[in-house]
Ligand binder design. Sequence first.
Ligand SMILES: [Zn+2]
Ligand SMILES: [Zn+2]
Length: 388
Amino acid sequence: MAELDPETLKREMTAWRHDLHAHPEFGFEEKRTAAFVAAKLREFGLDDVSEGVGGTGVVGTLKRGSGNRAIALRADMDALRITEQSTAPYRSGNAGVMHACGHDGHTAMLLGAAKRLACEGGFDGTVRFIFQPAEEWGRGALAMLDDGLMQRFPFDEIFGLHNMPGLAVGHFETRAGPVMSAEDNFEIVLRGIGGHAARPHSGNETLVAACALVTNLQTIVSRRLSPADIAVVSVTELITDGTRNALPGLARILGDARSFRPEVSAEIERQMRIIAEGTATAYNVSAEVSYTREFVPLRNDAELVDAAFVAAKNVFEPDNIAVAREPMTGSEDFARFLDDVPGCFVFLGNGEASAPLHNSSYDFNDDGLLFGASFHVAIARQRLATGR
Ligand SMILES: [Zn+2]
Ligand SMILES: [Zn+2]
């Protein structure tokens, strides 16, 4: 079949990206985005396009030849509740919501790959194009899985990518094993007896106890976990009901913990409960700990990482392909799919001058579009090689 002209495809993807950028939608509200994606996939002539998978998710299916293997390529569609600082003509038209993580770019790249694979073929088997909702919540992948993704649209392995500010455009990185961390959230409520600021001894105020607890929580990583395990425990909020001349009877400590193994996450929670209980007792107040798990750790399959590096050689200059030095303590909802099948998540440069992800001045770099789409195409053709 005829090959698509790369420059024409790049122009098309740029137009789609700008359209998506101008109409950002928050997690599970991606109605316009999902309709846009589904309409494009139908236009490309996919064998099946299913909407409403796990809320606002879309799955496109493309079959060629007689191969019985299936691979999935995944993009995320949601935006963030951030007010955009931009003068671009395609800036957000949805006040208070913006594509500050580049999911508009990820969606455009996967659409570009779908168009090329539908038009050119070059593989034997089934490609599933998964457009997931609510990545930022850490809920969208699970919603699709709970809606029967694996039963209705089975696949053997999955690939995904994310743009990376600070890395030059045209550069590619990934690594085997741990790539991105789990995210846990916690809230510790201390209860005592508030009272007059001039008479602390007549109550059991909670602020000094809370300050001690914030300090003691630092020993989870420094003294209670193995130095070989990567972990972060960050207290992000300390809120009391005190006022200028009244000591608080209530203090709330909120925060975020990151780790790369379920055992480490469990140990952080166990140690947190011991320290909160012990500190509260020492200060004559009570402590109540709530601990929730939002994102699971992302671990890349070693064999599929090797395959991704081979595919990358078709797309990137050899000097621009690198093994990522260390895992990142950010989190990614792609990890949920890896409970069911092996997979590989990779990073593409968004430019050294790019604003950070989740920054109000961030914008996806359109010069990266062709690299991402080409990587999707290359990995699909390699994993579903004709005559394999
Ligand atoms: Zn994000
Ligand atoms: Zn993201």
